[in-house]
Design a binder for this molecule. Structure first.
Ligand code: NAP
Ligand code: ZN
Length: 350
């Protein structure tokens, strides 16, 4: 057992503070990683504050992890000490169910082992995430991170990037398609970049007038202020696919109306409370769908990282020292982040 420095919350209403995090001795198929950077996802806050249900404390969040391999087990084939690697939201799964066999471990019927907030099968202890100096992960859940990309700005690809990539690919975003992204936060800004790079026409819906210019610079062809009813109704029946990232309950009906016939709105935002009811006729009149999507599988995460390496795509980030994490969470809640905080792990005292 190794103890590495990290940050944890002791309860749902406690701030994050320094702790020692126990890591298991690497087994034969394990990769030990020195974490250099970790992105700050809105899910870290939802989960740590118990907004999705009860969790075990102390809770060490963080699932946008980039680092260097420090050692590998005897049976590890794809990784060697010194390699730049990443770990996202999952660290294990059953490996046998239909979803795991299909490379969609996030839909494992026995539920994947999440990077934090699950029980580690190897030790029976709670899993602890990337707000820490090191982690030990089975090789099947370690990603290769292109050396050409800035490691800090790559960290958010491990959750925000793949959460957008998976629905964009599954629902066929590309040349000739019109894609809407709702919410310009961590997920939303990656959605614009990826949909644009895939060749789709991109419309951003935002509640923040101050983000309009940024959205265009990120690759949006059109920006709509969602609080402006007239502007929203002009979008009726224009989009093939909408990926909705908003982290709070809101009226879905104007977005449903913005879909063309057979269009789909995919919900990826996970507010703690349900959305207000939507109107069935809005779906019925044009064979529209509302769907959901959860991060992405390991194979598609590697595809996304390789695509980003080829196209030079990374996240727009604000780097913070570990000690500023509580302030960063408050700013994230106030929608005051452009567009992802990333923790520099060398600011963690030993
Ligand atoms: P974020 O950076 O906080 O962005 C959320 C954006 O939603 C905001 O920037 C804001 O954009 C918009 N928004 C509009 N009204 C809001 C309100 N009342 N409160 C908060 N946001 C509001 O969050 P994120 O990290 O992108 O995550 C977004 C959501 O996706 C969270 O619920 C998170 O848990 C979830 N998530 C889901 C998955 C998955 O696999 N499905 C993966 C990761 C995260 P504008 O200013 O442009 O309106
Ligand atoms: Zn996340």
């Amino acid at each position: 057992m190794t103890v590495v420095p990290g940050y944890a919350a002791a309860s749902s209403d406690a701030p994050l503070g320094p702790v020692g995090v126990e890591r298991r001795p690497p087994g034969p198929t394990d990769v030990a990683i020195d974490i250099t950077h970790c992105g700050v996802c809105h899910s870290d806050l939802h989960m740590t504050r118990g907004e999705w249900g009860p969790v075990a404390y102390p809770m060490v969040p963080g699932h946008e992890i980039v680092g260097r391999v420090s050692s590998v087990g005897a049976e590890v084939t794809g990784f060697a000490p010194g390699d730049r690697v990443g770990v996202g939201c999952m660290v294990d799964s059953c490996g046998r169910c239909g979803s795991c066999v299909d490379g969609l471990e996030q839909y494992c019927v026995r539920v994947p082992i999440w990077t934090y907030g699950s029980v580690e099968p190897q030790t029976g202890r709670p899993t602890a995430g990337g707000y820490s100096a090191g982690i030990v992960v089975d090789q099947g859940f370690v990603l290769r991170v292109p050396e050409s990309l800035d490691p800090a700005a790559t960290a958010p690809l491990l959750c925000a990037g793949i959460t957008m990539w998976s629905p964009l690919r599954h629902w066929g975003a590309g040349p000739g398609t019109r894609v809407g992204i709702v919410g310009l936060g961590g997920l939303g800004h990656m959605g614009i970049k990826l949909a644009h790079a895939l060749g789709a026409h991109v419309t951003l819906f935002t509640t923040s007038p101050g983000k309009v210019a940024d959205a265009t610079a990120l690759g949006a062809d059109r920006v709509v202020l969602s609080k402006d009813r007239a502007e929203m109704s002009e979008q009726a029946a224009t989009l093939d696919l909408i990926v909705n990232t908003v982290a709070a309950p809101h009226d879905l009906n104007p977005y449903v109306r913005a879909l063309r016939r057979d269009g789909t709105m995919v919900l990826v935002g996970l507010p703690p409370e349900p959305h207000p009811a939507f109107s069935p006729p809005g779906l019925v009149v044009a064979r529209r769908s509302i769907a959901g999507s959860n991060i992405g599988g390991i194979r598609e995460t590697q595809e996304m990282l390789d695509f980003c390496g080829e196209h030079g795509i990374v996240s727009d980030i604000e780097r913070i020292p570990m000690a500023q994490i509580n302030h960063a969470w408050e700013r994230m809640l106030a929608q005051d982040v452009k567009y992802r905080f990333v923790i520099d792990m060398d600011t963690l005292a030993g």
